[in-house]
Design a protein around this ligand. Sequence first.
Ligand code: NAD
Length: 245
Amino acid sequence: MLKNKTAVVTGGTRGIGLAIVKKYLENGANVAIAGSRKESVDKALAQLTEYSDRIMGIWPDLCSPEAVSAAFESVRARFGSLDILANNAGISSRTSLYDYTLEEFSNILDLNLKAVFVCSQAAARIMKAQGGGVIISTSSMVGEYGQPSGCGYPATKFAVNGMTKSLARELARDNIRVNAVAPGVTKTDMLAALPQEMIDRVSAGIPLGRPGEPADIANAYLYLASDMASYVTGIVLRVDGAAMT
Ligand code: NAD
């Protein structure tokens, strides 16, 4: 479904991001894994040696326009284009408002929102020049419902939804589609960081009866990146087993 396409996946070293990387590789794309450190990128690349001719690693500071532009240019130079950006890197928080420091709030805004802006801008410049592309960002079900602690996290996901809808309208004229995927409870390190009692409570309320697998989310990323979604832009696609519905 993605033959001859090139994708950058931020936070592609594990969890949902690594599942997206695998799904894109299986479907013929060239992929650049964007991680925070060379070590974690190398660890992910070591699991994907069968695709070594179609994969590379980058580790720019995702909040630095210069570093991100240079890294995305290196991807374009290696594979000839940059067709798909998956803005997936993210951190979460459950800190109560009373204990939230400005530093923690700024950190979550930086990776979950500022990096989405910086990466979308750098990718869109390349995509516009080449005649089009696709941007997909990882939102969350809490980007619709909020959550009872860690207010910075849902705030960033509400903002990602707003940026998605706005950029879809702004970039349509450049043939760039912009969408988001809103996972529910998904089995990754981010979930493992939560107390088991909370995971059980949330899982019990999911009508499909189980938490999501990273591959469930990656399937949505594949659909939205492919020509199957050629007339789909500006949506936030819930992939949550009907949690909270
Ligand atoms: P994870 O912790 O397993 O993975 C997070 C990824 O982000 C890792 O690859 C990590 O290296 C990367 N990352 C962290 N800091 C970074 C930085 N400074 N620069 C570059 N990359 C950095 O978590 P996950 O569950 O796979 O989360 C992926 C996305 O899915 C996030 O945006 C998260 O908000 C979202 N999400 C997750 C769930 C869930 O239940 N797991 C639910 C809804 C949304």
